[in-house]
Ligand binder design. Structure first.
Ligand SMILES: [Zn+2]
Length: 418
């Protein structure tokens, strides 16, 4: 039994999905203690009401704030190569099309991933995951989608599976072969889909447990609604739960499709309208917002307040990728959600814990402070959660606990935290 004592503020996040209107009403216990046994939360409450169990180890929270480990439910963390050259071109005013014409864009990443071995992709991703862990992230979803051949997509999924065994963060794999059409199939997107949706490929993904979800980039420049429907419906027959990149650049009917196919989440939603919001609400879909992406590209944010007011459960994620969001810090993205989308710090925390767990179908086990939940927790070196998101430039996470064990402990209030 492990007792985390001397907690300044325990943020009692309820299990997801939490509807948008309830996300700001989360209770907190001051001067709290939390007990962990067998990797699960078994008790929490006021410190002076604790009956100390026998053989109890103690972890002193030093009056810091304690909350569930963060869940980054939409990332592209496995990639090779970087695209800083493009970043500069964009600042200089070049459009996405111009950058693509001069040899930039997603193709650069696809070529680098195809050229990389499994071992190289693992070595590149490990330090990224270590830095994410140090920022309090205990579960991460990672998509394929930079291989764009059957072999290279499988290679990416195998890399995610391998990474899951090499470090403490729980990884969740998503098959995103329908990210874009590769150059060699440019004029024949349906022929490309024939290849990556082949029965043998999907059977292998299912049998080797290489992915839990299937995602598609439903957009005028990628796959249309009809093609996206085919991708998600086919993958669903092989046990892959649908989710999709929806309404990012243009309104393409993707939110309607998310509702129609029973997607667990619709992600991006920068251009969603009221009809799309209503459809997602009726379907019980989680709205995953990625404000780091719009921040990075300098474009309009998703209408978070309208989505919250419609009572949809909202989740937040980094969309970490080398093209449109080279941001691996979920706390920074939560800060951006506060300042650029007018979400309160409490809403941002529920979005990156309970609702992110719901977006990954893990709400019964992860993302909440409740007895029976897995003890994935973070201890901050600040006394309350508002203070955390008020300081975006500093890592305030002092201790990370995964399944009841300390997996990262470092940093102090003197600024030595990385
Ligand atoms: Zn994405």
């Amino acid at each position: 039994v492990l007792a985390i004592r001397n907690i300044g503020e325990l943020v009692v996040v309820p299990p997801g999905p939490v509807g948008g209107r309830l996300m700001r009403d989360v209770s907190a216990v001051r001067s709290a203690t939390l007990l962990i046994d067998g990797g699960r939360i078994v008790w929490f409450g006021l410190d002076n009401e604790l009956t100390v169990p026998p053989d109890c180890e103690t972890l002193d929270a030093q009056c810091g704030c304690v909350l569930p480990g963060l869940i980054d439910c939409h990332t592209h963390t496995v990639f090779a190569g970087t695209r800083e050259h493009e970043f500069t071109q964009r600042i200089e005013g070049k459009s996405y099309a111009e950058i693509a014409e001069s040899g930039g864009g997603i193709r650069v990443t696809v070529e680098a991933v195809r050229a990389a071995s499994r071992e190289q992709l693992v070595e590149l991703a490990l330090p990224r995951l270590q830095r994410m862990l140090r920022r309090g992230v205990t579960t991460v979803e990672i998509k394929s989608g930079y291989g764009l051949t059957v072999e290279d997509e499988i290679k990416m999924l195998e890399v995610i599976q391998r990474l899951n065994t090499l470090q403490p963060i729980e990884l969740v794999a998503t098959y995103l072969a329908a990210h874009t059409t590769p150059r060699e199939c440019a004029a024949r997107p349906d022929a490309y889909l024939d290849l990556v949706l082949d029965d043998a490929v999907l059977t292998r993904i299912r049998d080797e447990k290489l992915a839990e979800f299937c995602d598609v980039f439903c957009e005028r420049t990628a796959f249309n609604v009809e093609q996206s429907r085919r991708v998600l419906a086919t993958a669903k027959r092989f046990g892959l739960t649908p989710r999709l990149h929806a309404d990012q650049i243009t309104q393409s009917g993707a939110s309607m499709l998310a509702a129609e196919v029973g997607a667990v989440s619709a992600d991006h939603l920068e251009t969603i309208d009221d009809a799309g919001i209503a459809a997602l609400k009726a379907a019980g879909c989680v709205a995953v917002l990625l404000p780091g992406c719009s921040f990075f590209l300098g474009v309009e944010q998703a209408p978070a307040r309208r989505i919250l007011d419609a009572d949809l459960p909202v989740a937040l994620a980094t969309d970490y990728n080398p093209g449109s969001a080279m941001i691996e810090s979920l706390p920074l993205v939560m800060h951006i959600a506060c300042t650029q989308m007018r979400m309160t710090p409490t809403e941002a925390i529920v979005a990156a814990t309970a609702n992110a767990a719901a977006a990954l179908e893990r709400e019964g086990r992860l993302g909440a402070i409740q007895t029976g939940m897995q003890a994935d927790l973070i201890i901050l070196d600040v006394p309350n959660h508002q203070r955390w998101l008020y300081e975006p430039g500093r890592n305030c996470v002092r201790t990370v606990v995964k399944k009841g064990r300390i997996v990262a402990e470092y940093g102090t209030a003197d600024g030595s935290a990385i």
